[in-house]
Design a protein around this ligand. Structure first.
Ligand SMILES: [Fe+2]
Ligand SMILES: [Fe+2]
Length: 203
């Protein structure tokens, strides 16, 4: 049986779930900051703005469907990671503009002019930012914090797929080239096969 640690019997102000990962070398305060930045990127930089981008893909039903999958999956990423912030003792800023400003990726604002090529380029680069951000969380937690690592890795799986989708669409639309993603749109929009916290946080 594991021996008692720094958390006192009945203490509700500290957490064994935090102390064990700190003891393994995780900078918990830095991790919480990164998770808030990533949650803000999922919710504010992508989910919100992808809604607008998808609207402006009017006339391209196939592109709209792929954009919609990426949009809804970013919402699933937000839902998956937010509870982890609180488990670690962190919290979301009680101010939406402040939260938005902490995002680790640039807001995917509708490009000017809002051409299909410009929108697909923006979508592609947004996915790339997400891959970099979640890879950092994976690196920071690998072998030390299995729970955060598992969540970040599940999200990363989908971000890598999203990048491949938008490479395929942009190459086709801009360059007339075929660069297959190896994937098709989800069976159900935004299915989030790796990241959905089913039954708890997603409708
Ligand atoms: Fe995402
Ligand atoms: Fe994504």
């Amino acid at each position: 049986m594991a021996k008692g640690g720094v958390v006192k019997h009945g203490d509700v102000n500290s957490r064994v779930g935090v102390e064990v990962i700190r003891a393994r070398g995780v900078d918990v305060e830095k991790l919480i900051k990164m998770l808030i930045a990533n949650a803000a990127a999922e919710f504010a930089s992508t989910y919100y703005y992808y809604t607008i981008l998808r609207m402006h893909l009017a006339g391209h039903e196939d592109y709209k469907e792929i954009c919609e999958d990426a949009r809804l999956e970013d919402r699933a990423h937000w839902e998956l990671i937010v509870p982890r912030i609180y488990e670690l003792g962190g919290e979301l800023p009680n101010d939406l503009p402040a939260f938005h400003d902490q995002a680790g990726c640039e807001a995917a604002k509708l490009p000017n002019p809002p051409t299909v090529v410009n929108i697909l380029t923006l979508l592609l680069e947004s996915e790339r930012c997400a891959i970099r951000s979640w890879s950092e969380v994976c690196d920071m937690t690998f072998g030390k914090d299995p729970r955060t690592y598992d969540m970040a890795a599940r999200i990363l799986n989908e971000e890598v797929e999203h990048e491949a989708w938008f490479i395929e669409l942009l190459a086709h639309e801009r360059d007339g080239k075929s660069i297959p993603s190896g994937h098709f749109r989800r069976g159900t929009p935004g299915d989030a096969p790796y990241s959905k916290n089913r039954g708890f946080y997603n409708p």
